[in-house]
Design a protein around this ligand. Sequence first.
Ligand code: ADP
Ligand code: MG
Length: 331
Amino acid sequence: MALDEFALIGRYFRTAQLERAADSSAVALGIGDDAALLQLASGQQLVISTDSLLAGVHFPERYPPAELGYRALAVAVSDLAAMAATPLAFTLALSLPAVDEPWLQAFSRGLAIAARDFAINLIGGDTTRGSLNLGVTVLGQVPAGQALTRDGACGGDLLCVGGPLGDGAAGLAVVQGNALPEGLSMAKQDYLQQRFWRPQPQLALGQLLRGVASAGLDISDGLLADAEHIASASGVALHIDAARLPASEALTGWPELQQLEWMLRGGDDYVLLFTLPAGAKHRVAQWRAAGHAVSIIGSVHAGSGVLLDVGNGYAPLTGARGYQHFRSSDD
Ligand code: ADP
Ligand code: MG
């Protein structure tokens, strides 16, 4: 091994770009001791979330290491956005098969770009030898009682999404080199690749939802799967109107059925899904005017589960009238 563990940490992680990516007074003690120390402002709750990334499961086996560094932090920070939190700091548990300096250099660079973009400082971690495995723990803060949880949706609320759907899945198709629609411009391919490798956690929108939205989360597993989480945690039914789902211009290059499939079931979008009391509907126009691409895509009702309207009325997603029916009728 060319570099020992401490030299490696010093060269690639204990760097100004990562330790001081943000101007943060919260970090009282960073990398180098047995543990880090954070100073929380009074009245704030600590928000903590961990994500693991495994090659072949959470990202393709072939990947650019700088993009992997960016994405690893972005997907973790998205959980802070989903809790309406402000980022404070993160730790990195890194398991590497070998010391590969060009890899470390690129990975650290991508990670530092993300740290700067999301204003979050690296405060510690662990480095071991093993198969490639990334563990990112993010810490944030939220005023006590104002975190955005999954369990507050009520009948009569509106269902909203914070940005376009389906780009993560389309981006993966581009990244994997799958057959693309004819005429999909390089600019659109680039946009989609960026949406996959550099998801933008909706931190600012999440913070605007404090005290306003009744429930929310970030879409990582696909709209339907994540809507189900709100429905079950809140004990309500969610109605989704397929005609109102927002798609990017790049996504519209694919056949309509493929677009819908990715908007509903594709993962990796990292936009917020939230419920809004009807009395706060006017906020949607304000948020849009401020540059947040919020759309109303449905509504909350008494009952359970997720019901989808693809043009024939709301139907549950399982059973004869559900989404499967739509697929066979449209094939
Ligand atoms: P200990 O043996 O006390 O657990 P380590 O030798 O593992 O400490 O780590 C030394 C210091 O370097 C600690 O502050 C730890 O948080 C930090 N560190 C280790 N690996 C990383 C990493 N990949 N990124 C950032 N900090 C790291
Ligand atoms: Mg250790």
